[in-house]
Each structure stands twice: as structure tokens, then as C-alpha cells.
Design a protein around this ligand. Sequence first.
Ligand SMILES: C[S@@+](CC[C@H](N)C(=O)[O-])C[C@H]1O[C@@H](n2cnc3c(N)ncnc32)[C@H](O)[C@@H]1O
Length: 386
Amino acid sequence: MARLDAILCRKPLAAYCVMQAARHWHCRFECLKFLFSFLFGDCPLAKTSVAVTTKKKSSASAVSKAKGSSANQPKKELAKKSNAKAAAKTTAKLEAKPAAKSVTKPAKPAGKTKQTSVVQAKAKPSVKTETMRSWYDHPELYELGFLKETPKESEFLIDVFEKYVPFPVKRVLELGCGSGRLICDMAGRGFSMTGVDLNPMSLDYCKKKLKKERNKAELVVGDMTNFKFDEPFDAAVNAINTFRHLETEEAALAHLNCVAEHLKPGGVFVLSLHLLPKGGDLWGTERWGAKTEDMSVYYALTVVETSMKTRLEKLRISMLVKTKDESFRLSDHITLRIYTVEQLKSLLAKCKKLKLVGVHDFWYDIESKQKLNSDACDTILVLQRT
Ligand SMILES: C[S@@+](CC[C@H](N)C(=O)[O-])C[C@H]1O[C@@H](n2cnc3c(N)ncnc32)[C@H](O)[C@@H]1O
């Protein structure tokens, strides 16, 4: 009774204000919950529903980021329309994660406080986070996240060579080859591979892997905008957004021209990159996981800055590594150039020696031809040397 008195005396104004604020029916339940917690302290009803709301919110936004797809669409359809790679990862990656590629807009500061308090209550002791000098200085951890799809990518490349190149492809150049997951896989299939990358640590790792697998490839530390080889190649590859590391139009064009100059006439350049579809969300987080016998790695790639004016997006890559003995997190930032279809077309038009002959997507299906239109998202271009 004394408590009720105190409540009635000290809090009626607050109660009135909260109810007035609930001008819409759907707000009233939330306001009542808030009022209960305010009046009676810890309100279990309010706590539970905050947790539920948080969960619902993130899965709903994961679906809504799937570029205009309906939440009820079957997963394969949804992913195919919006982001093929997401679905591929869903099946391939760790089951512990709710979705291989859940894309979430960063929470607004106001909502964050509420969500954080719930998450913190349940969170395990936090793991140590270290800033990496570069994500690519950890080639083993980097490539684990993409290894499962590598054979599919290689098989697709072979399909492309057979379909588009008028002569047998033997000599293949990969630009920005990194850890060499494709170099090693393709070398194992009998191709004569050459890789160029800026990162010597990645190339050292690749060299060791080739040796272990008793394969050979030529590896060169160099810039993919300016390289020189004496012999021309039958085909060239630039995989999974590596091209978007080139931050300016000049660098991107220099890259295309340099690749073209190193291809035999009729040879192809297979370029895969993510495009911003019309109405696509500039913000997002992509999460996935992968594991070996000894280690699990959870990856989160989050857009932290983005600008259509500069056409650059800054992404934070975070790798949570768990082994039998320890858990730690490594974090780094990368900057990528943004391309809409129109911007890509305008760039391609400037490179006179390469002609677009095929468009595919990250399903790596040679039969499924795509169109380079404003819906294009994860895109693989086949550019032929004229
Ligand atoms: C996303 S990783 C891709 C690695 C590899 N192609 C794959 O598919 O796993 C991008 C790679 O491009 C390299 N890179 C970035 N800018 C470069 C440049 N200007 N010239 C050569 N390599 C570059 C990085 O060092 C990194 O290894």
C-alpha cells in the first residue's frame, strides 16, 4: 500500500506522459511495459519481450536487406534474387550461425542501449580483440572462409574457358591472387598458373601450399594496375571483389588495360564483383563461419563508412578464432570502390580491348546467363580480348 501511495504521489505525471506518447495502438503495449518497469522496477514481462523483440528485429532486417525480397520467399529463391553467395554459404558454413549471410543495418544509437543490455546479460566473457596490420597478413585464416567454394569456382572457370575461348586454355593469370586458393586448386587441375599480389605474406603462404601439394605456379609480388609478363595468357581472373580494392577510376581502368594487354586475342578475363543494385542498401553486415578439425573461425564483414559521392565503402572485417585452447578476435578495415551497373558499364566502355561476352552470378552455373541490369548484384563478367 505504501508502495502504491508512493507511486501514485511521485509518478503520475510520468505515467500520464507515457500514455499520451502512445498515440498509436501498436505503441501502447510497449509503453505499458515501459510504465510497468518504471513503476515497479524490474519487470520480467518487459525483459522477456525486449529479448524477443531484439531477435525478431535482426532476423527481419536480415531478410529486408535481401534487396526487396519478401520474408516468406523460400531461402533459395530469396538468395538467388538478392545475393546468391549468401545461400551458398548458408549450406556450407557452420551450423551454429543463424544465417550465413545476414545483412543488418547498423542499429541506431537509441535502439542500441536497449539491445546491448540484453545481449550483455547473456554474453560469455569477452574475447581479446587485436587489430591486424592487414587481413591479408593472415592468409590461412582469410582463405578458410572461402575454401569450401573454391572447387566450384575452379570448375566454373573451366566451363567458362570451354564456352567462350576458341582455343584450349592452359596459361592462366590471377590478379590479386592472395593466399592462392584458386592458384593451388587450378594448378592441381593441370593449369599453368601465374599469380600477382601486393601481399608477400599471402604469396609465401601460397608457395608453401603449392610445395606441400607438389604443384607449381609462378608468383609475383606486384600491383595489378601495372605488371609486365613477356608471354601472353590464355585467360585471366580477378575473383571475389578484389577488383574493388582499386579505389579510383584511373586505377580500375589501368588494371583492365593491363590485363587486356596480357591476353591473347580471343582469351577471356573473368571478373567477379559485387554491384550495388538499384535501391540496394549501402549498409550491412555479412556473417559466416568455417572450421577445420582444430579451429573455428567466425567472420563478420560490416560496412562502417560509405559514400556514394566518393564511391568508397569502408568495411570492418572481424575474425573470431576459436581453438581448443584459446579464443581471440582479429580485426582490420578494408576500403572498396562502389559500383552500380551504370558505373561499371561506363568503365568498361573506356577499355576498348575487352568486350563483354557473358554475365553470370555467384551460383557459378554456366547455363544460367544473367543480364547486366540494375538488379545485378553478385556478378561475374566474362570479358573477351578483341
Ligand atoms: C579479397 S582478396 C582475394 C584473394 C584471392 N583472389 C581469392 O579469391 O581468395 C584480395 C587480394 O587482393 C590483393 N590486392 C589488393 N590490391 C592489390 C593491387 N593493387 N595489386 C595486387 N594485389 C592487390 C590483396 O593483397 C589480397 O590478397
